[in-house]
Design a protein around this ligand. Structure first.
Ligand SMILES: C[S@@+](CC[C@H](N)C(=O)[O-])C[C@H]1O[C@@H](n2cnc3c(N)ncnc32)[C@H](O)[C@@H]1O
Length: 240
């Protein structure tokens, strides 16, 4: 059974995820930085640095949301970053941010499904995703399509939540994620389910070696996992 945001509804995971992010889009950035105490910003910076030697010129940011990872990727001095997302609400917030920061010529945000990308194969110098893959309806299909649009030898860099394994971080994290975060999330986002879905979807999602196995299954080579901050999140790297 897939973990979905709204358990009492009949829609599939993809439609529910899009609705959920549309609902919380206006509060998403604020909640992200408050609930992670700003660590998410450091994680994205660290992930982008891993692509420095590759000097990618055309970058695809999957599940771009409000565009934070796409903006961070500008540190690599690419010609262009294209961000795709299934939530028009998140993209609308992203577009406002790009306009304010005068970044519209560098970053293009498009409505699109990561499991059915409308790009030809071997197009991108890098494909990046932060906190997106956990939300895919079909993980293997999404990762396989990311592989398809990458140039041979080019890399994907993925950030996703993972589960700390050791005492006392495991216990602290579980308490925070299950009891504190859903309460703050509910009050600020005004969505009853979004921040319950977050810990539940992390719990059900493959992390560490399990995730690397899925990456290899869909065709990625030289896969690596770099745990961040006691294993609360991890960066995964794979090469086409
Ligand atoms: C937690 S947000 C992450 C946004 C951004 N990458 C960040 O780091 O803040 C997850 C995003 O994934 C998007 N998403 C989920 N499934 C998707 C899919 N199949 N294709 C494209 N976007 C998807 C959601 O709409 C949402 O905006």
């Amino acid at each position: 059974m897939a973990v979905v945001p709204y358990k009492d509804q009949n829609e599939g995971k993809k439609a529910q995820v899009a609705t959920m992010f549309n609902n919380i889009s206006k509060r998403y950035d604020l909640l992200n930085h408050v609930l992670s105490m700003g660590i998410d910003i450091i994680w994205r910076k660290k992930a982008v640095k891993l692509l420095k030697a590759d000097q990618p010129k055309l970058i695809l940011d999957i599940a771009t949301g409000t565009g934070d990872f796409a903006i961070e990727a500008l540190a690599l001095n690419p010609d262009k970053v294209i961000g795709v997302d299934i939530s028009e609400g998140m993209l609308a917030e992203g577009r406002k941010k790009l306009k304010k920061r005068k970044l519209e010529d560098k970053i293009e945000l498009q409505l699109g499904d990561s499991e059915k990308l409308l790009f030809e194969e071997n197009k991108f110098d890098a494909v990046i995703v932060s906190f997106g893959v956990r939300n895919f309806e079909n993980l293997e299909k999404g990762l396989a399509d990311m592989n398809r649009v990458l140039k041979p030898g080019a890399k994907t860099v993925i950030i996703e939540f993972s589960k700390p394994k050791r005492f006392p971080m495991k216990q602290l994290y579980n308490f925070y994620f299950k009891h504190i975060l859903p309460k703050i999330g509910k009050i600020v986002s005004k969505d009853n389910s979004a921040y319950t879905y977050l810990p539940e979807s992390v719990q059900a999602f493959p992390d560490g070696e399990d995730f690397l196995q899925v990456l290899r299954k869909v065709g990625f080579k030289n896969t690596q996992c770099k745990p961040l901050t006691f294993g609360i999140a991890s960066i995964y790297i794979g090469e086409k």
